[in-house]
Design a protein around this ligand. Structure first.
Ligand code: ATP
Length: 235
């Protein structure tokens, strides 16, 4: 059974139909990637899964429950966590407090254990634990956003455009970490604009174009050229 099933959803912004009959399945323990150009609808898909947008058609089944139309905090409590695009964090809080916010419902010992796990994964965050997060570099903020997502100990982690505005070497670093996280068995749905990177770092991929899924398949079996054509809408 899929951990997450998006079934034939439409999403509107006013009269504008931003997603058209979108279906996505995420199997437990896999990394699934959404590929698409600017404005294709990737963030709309992520935000709809998290409860920030409501679908006007279709349903979203997460861990056996229909979550379409539920509030973001209700969905988060069911075990779905999102590291948002642009790696938003609480800038006037320290790195450590930002992380602890991700686990505010957990008991103290448990919270500290999760914190140690995140620090093991991202030692730089431990070094900067007591600094205000506003002083972090772009890559470190992205790590913080992922770390905060992990602190909730989710069943699935959604990462919207991890690479946005980062240097290639930093992006590679972060993808290495994602691999480590995936090896712990955590299921992930990620958004990535770079076709090569997307196919290399996922098990299954969907190409989004103008609000529709135009191609999908096992990442190993998809051809970069065909995905590139689908990405740009070239038939
Ligand atoms: P990007 O990579 O630039 O974030 P994306 O693939 O995530 O692009 P979305 O942000 O989901 O694309 O946008 C999909 C479409 O919906 C675009 O045409 C965009 O202009 C439109 N859109 C997104 N958010 C809103 C909104 N709040 N109100 C109206 N239209 C919106």
């Amino acid at each position: 059974m899929s951990l997450l099933e998006v079934n034939h959803i439409d999403v509107h912004y006013g009269d504008f139909l931003a997603l058209k009959d979108v279906s996505i399945h995420v199997e437990p323990g896999t990394i699934v990637s959404l590929i698409g150009a600017n404005g294709a609808g990737k963030s709309t898909i992520m935000n709809t899964i998290c409860g920030l947008n409501k679908p006007t058609k279709g349903d979203i089944i997460f861990d056996g429950q229909n979550i379409a139309g539920k509030k973001p905090n209700q969905i988060a409590r069911l075990g779905l966590s999102m590291a948002p695009e642009g790696s938003h964090c609480f800038e006037r809080m320290t790195v450590q407090d930002n992380l602890l916010m991700g686990a505010y419902l957990a008991k103290k010992d448990e919270r500290m254990q999760r914190l140690e796990n995140v620090y093991k994964l991202f030692p730089i965050l431990k070094e900067k634990a007591n600094q205000m997060s506003t002083f972090l570099s772009g890559g470190q903020r992205q790590m913080l956003a992922i770390g905060r997502g992990i602190m909730t100990q989710p069943k699935i982690l959604l990462c919207d455009e991890i690479s946005l505005g980062l240097a290639p070497v930093v992006i590679n670093d972060i993808y290495e970490k994602l691999k480590e996280i995936a090896d712990t068995g955590l299921t992930m749905l990620i958004v990535e604009q770079d076709v090569n990177r997307s196919l290399k770092s996922s098990d299954y991929a969907y190409v989004v174009l103008e609000g529709k899924i135009v191609m999908q398949g096992k990442s190993k079996e998809l051809s970069v050229d065909e995905v590139n054509d689908a990405y740009f809408g070239i038939n």
